[in-house]
Write a protein that binds this ligand. Structure first.
Ligand SMILES: Nc1ncnc2c1ncn2[C@@H]1O[C@H](COP(=O)(O)OP(=O)(O)OP(=O)(O)O)[C@@H](O)[C@H]1O
Length: 367
């Protein structure tokens, strides 16, 4: 798939913008704070329905304006998709796909796939478990929109169960119904995550070996507080969650919070059998994230049947020449967007690209 056209009205620092993209490589050049990432953010928004730098839609609307409008036209193998979004400072955002209004934002998922790689992604390795769970959940949602609803349902039940535990003040309470409900949804979430990490793990290992000239073996391991076995079915996981609830009953009454379930799970990254978070060099951490992002491209291709688009926001300057070359030379069939302050540093070999120069929310183009 590829993004043909993007239209912005009153979005971040753009008054009005209408651009046609190159099906292969698009380079967005400009000094700091000119609006490069704002374009990436608008593209991401049309894919996921949420911005990646803020949870507040109001921040996306131009400071002195009440409403913003974004339109993306995406060409896919079998059909084209037109995504339109209206943001309003005093109303909920409205989304249309091929002119049909969506009832929920979640319905947008699966129409237009993107993989974004920005310096913030180092958090997947260096940050806390919440960052790693966010990474897994975002990726699975893109491919299985049903998972998005499961997560929402799980979080609702979890909040209610936590409220009961908080209000119990340490007294024994009957949580059987809540345990069952949480186990029903939680088992699907864990099952999907294990499946996803298994696939991503195999792909990331292959890619990482290639990027490091066979010197390093990357492992991605799903670490759960539920003692699952590799071939467990959803029912097996469900039963294990229930027995963990029984085993941790006292602990939960003392802590007054749910300690069992996928909201407490994590990911571990190892290179040559050593954990990357604590012992990997900066370069190894960056390369591990690069391998992970590259594996997402292959994963989405496998699930959806076509490559997503790749958004590389401000990451080129952080990679050494070998990694940069690997990226530029291995992405021939994937529409890629690169933001940079220094175009001279990119070793562009062919002419299959379009360069956009950004200055104070205005764009000039060089083919
Ligand atoms: N809601 C908004 N209304 C108006 N301007 C905004 C809004 N949100 C952000 N901006 C402006 O957008 C600019 C930042 O744009 P962006 O983050 O895309 O920069 P960039 O070109 O990627 O810079 P860098 O190279 O530093 O990452 C800033 O000048 C900021 O003040």
């Amino acid at each position: 798939m590829y993004l043909q056209e993007l239209k912005l009205l009153n979005f971040r620092n753009y008054d009005s913008l209408n651009i046609q993209f190159h099906p292969k490589l698009n380079i967005i050049v400009g000094e700091n704070a000119q609006g490069k990432t704002n374009i990436i953010e608008a593209i991401y928004l049309c894919s996921i329905g949420k911005a990646f730098r803020t949870y507040k839609d109001n921040e996306l609307i131009k400071l002195d304006k009440k409403q913003a409008y974004i339109k993306a036209v995406v060409e896919k193998v079998n059909n084209n998709v037109e995504i339109e979004m209206k943001l309003d400072k005093e109303d909920k955002k409205k989304i249309k796909v091929n002119k049909i209004p969506l009832i929920k934002t979640g319905e947008l998922l699966g129409n237009f796939n993107v993989v974004v790689f920005s310096p913030d992604d180092l958090k997947i390795i260096k940050g806390g478990p919440i960052e790693r769970r966010k990474f897994i959940d975002n990726e699975i949602c893109q491919v299985y929109p049903k998972y998005y609803y499961q997560l929402n349902q799980y979080n609702r039940i979890l909040q209610q169960r936590n409220k009961l535990l908080r209000e119990s003040k340490g007294k024994r309470i009957d949580l059987d119904i809540w345990n069952q409900q949480l186990a029903n949804v939680g088992s699907s979430i864990i099952f999907n995550r294990i499946k996803f990490i298994k696939r991503i793990g195999i792909l990331a290992k292959l890619i990482h070996r290639k990027i490091t000239d066979e010197a390093e073996t990357l492992e991605v391991i799903y670490e759960s507080n539920i003692p699952f076995k590799e071939n467990d079915k959803i029912n097996d996981i469900n039963e294990k969650i229930i027995s963990e609830f029984k085993a941790k009953e006292e602990e939960e009454l003392i802590k007054r919070v749910t300690v069992v379930g996928p909201h407490r799970d994590d990911l571990i990254f190892k290179i040559n059998n050593i954990e990357v978070k604590g012992f990997g060099s900066q370069g190894q951490q960056r390369t591990a994230v690069l391998s992970l992002k590259m594996s997402e491209l292959e994963f989405i291709k496998g699930e959806v049947g076509e490559y997503p688009i790749l958004l590389l926001d401000d990451v080129m300057s952080e990679l050494d020449i070998n990694r940069q070359n690997y990226l530029i030379n291995n992405l021939k069939n994937i529409q890629t967007f690169i933001t940079t302050t220094m175009i001279e540093q990119l070793k562009l070999k062919d002419k299959e690209n379009k360069i956009f120069y950004i200055r104070e929310g205005r764009v000039s183009i060089k083919d």
